[in-house]
Design a protein around this ligand. Structure first.
Ligand code: HEM
Length: 148
């Protein structure tokens, strides 16, 4: 079995800028979702406002998505500020945070898109997967990130 290629400062900078760009694009998506919710309120659409489960799920999708996007931007900025070589945890933590930024809100959104009585649809199963990815990413960063 071959060991992973050693990473250079240039690789690390690439990872940092990827996180920052991903975070801004994700923030755009989730802020647009907020704008969509605002419009739904404006037009007083019953299929959202009168279904408590859908409203809760989509509000959770919007709020978690926007907040996670901000976390990804901050994470990328800190990777950029404190570069390092040969610290594989940085790639793993980034992958976990990026996965959480997609899966957690997507789970809430899908759960609200297809509701069964008062219950969210099966898509909500993505949310706990995203939550686990988030916990792993945060734990790795808390354990390893140091000013350089
Ligand atoms: C960084 C940006 C944002 C963050 C962190 C954020 C966060 C949140 C949070 C935490 C809630 C839940 C509030 C509650 O239920 O008590 C919420 C709800 C809401 N947000 Fe945002 N938001 C952001 C941007 C926006 C933008 C730009 C818009 C639209 C112009 C928007 C529209 C809404 C609407 C309409 C709700 C209420 C949804 C409902 O209850 O039906 N948000 N947001």
């Amino acid at each position: 079995m071959t060991s992973p290629e050693p990473t250079t400062i240039a690789d690390d900078r690439h990872l940092a800028s990827f996180n920052i760009r991903f975070g801004w694009i994700a923030l755009l998506v989730y802020v647009l979702l907020g704008l969509g919710l605002e419009a739904i309120h404006g037009f007083k659409l019953g299929w959202y406002l009168e279904h408590e489960t859908r409203r809760l799920m989509w509000t959770l999708a919007h709020a978690h998505g926007a907040l996670l996007s901000l976390i990804v931007i901050v994470h990328g900025a800190l990777l950029w500020l404190w570069p390092a070589t040969d610290e594989p945890w940085r790639r793993v933590a980034s992958a976990c945070l990026l996965a959480a930024t997609v899966l957690l809100p997507a789970g809430f959104f899908l759960g609200g898109a297809f509701i069964y009585g008062g219950d969210p649809g099966v898509g909500v199963a993505l949310a706990p997967v995203g939550a686990i990815a988030l916990v792993v990413g945060v734990a790795l960063t808390a354990r390893n990130l140091r000013p350089s």
